[in-house]
Design a protein around this ligand. Structure first.
Ligand SMILES: Nc1ncnc2c1ncn2[C@@H]1O[C@H](COP(=O)(O)OP(=O)(O)O)[C@@H](O)[C@H]1O
Ligand SMILES: Cc1ncsc1CCOP(=O)(O)O
Ligand SMILES: [Mg+2]
Length: 270
């Protein structure tokens, strides 16, 4: 637990190669954000090379934001290659629930690839788990209880999940980590969630456990947003300041600023 703020140092030392099959909106921001945290990005969508690239990578991100039928097949091929190699796979089910095509694609991926963790907002994760949820495009509409959604979704899916929003919840359905860091300007920059999914993948290459490494990624990211927001008041300059903060933020500041709550579900319910 005390090592959570320090896992960023492992990412920076290791410079893991993160293979992203992601949406057209966030490609550049994701690549720059991964560089800023100390990882190396590669984007490779083509069905002819997706599996080969996953086989060269340290972690894989599958992001369904601007999906095509062929891309679903490429994702499954890359996912299977990643599973064979034993590297982490993160799914970002962008906009799932907004259209039947996205929902079908996400379900196909979940049924074909062994995922390390699924990261999304409460609307997306709630929808995947069959809970009542509303999506408007890629954004969650209703104010859900993120902890309830995360715990229930992880139990129903049998996969660890990260539900983000005002509070971020990381859980395998039993152990729960709640991070209270972040800044509302993140909702005014497209790709803030997508980049977080890729940053989670980078942290999963460290020797922290899955939930601890995910929590390290989420808290590092939230503190970086808070630091960036001190220097800016609008989305344009925030985006730049945020990349700088991801690059400059050290583990001591995270240690001093992290707002983390942990509990186990059985203990809380008892
Ligand atoms: N109202 C908010 N206040 C502070 N941080 C937020 C808020 N909403 C989202 N975030 C942060 O923005 C990042 C992306 O989360 P989110 O907006 O839920 O993802 P997505 O963009 O996929 O919908 C996370 O780090 C999350 O903590
Ligand atoms: C706007 C948009 N439309 C399709 S994908 C995408 C980006 C979504 O990024 P995020 O979920 O990180 O806000
Ligand atoms: Mg998203």
């Amino acid at each position: 637990m005390s090592e959570i703020p320090t896992l960023i140092n492992q990412v920076r030392n290791k410079q893991p190669l993160i293979h992203n099959i992601t949406n057209q909106v966030v490609v550049n921001f994701t690549a720059n954000g991964l560089y800023a945290v100390g990882a190396a990005p590669v984007m490779a969508n083509a069905i002819e090379e997706a599996a080969d690239m996953a086989n060269n990578a340290d972690a894989l991100v599958l992001n369904i934001g601007t999906l095509t039928t062929v891309q679903v097949d490429a994702m499954i091929m890359a996912g299977k290659a990643a599973n064979k190699k034993g590297i982490p796979v993160v799914l970002d089910p962008v906009g799932v629930g907004a259209t039947p095509f996205r929902t079908d694609a996400a379900e196909k991926i979940i049924n074909s690839v062994k995922l390390s963790v699924i990261r999304g907002n409460a609307g997306e994760i709630g929808h995947l788990a069959g809970l009542k949820s509303d999506m408007r495009g890629v954004d969650a509409v209703s104010q859900a209880n993120n902890q309830e959604v995360a715990i229930e979704a992880s139990k129903r899916l049998g996969i660890p999940v990260i539900v983000t929003g005002v509070d971020d919840v990381i859980t395998d359905g039993q152990e729960v980590f709640v991070v209270h860091n972040g800044h509302s300007l993140l909702t005014k920059v497209t790709g803030a969630g997508c980049l977080l999914s890729s940053v989670v993948a980078a942290f999963l290459t460290t020797d922290g456990g899955l939930l601890e490494a995910s929590t390290a990624a989420v808290s590092f990211y939230g503190v970086a947003a808070e630091v960036a927001a001190e220097h800016t008041s609008g989305p344009g300059t925030f985006q730049t300041a945020f990349l700088d903060a991801l690059y400059q933020l050290n583990s001591d500041v995270v240690k001093d600023t992290i707002k983390l709550e942990t509990y186990t579900v059985t203990a809380k319910e008892a």
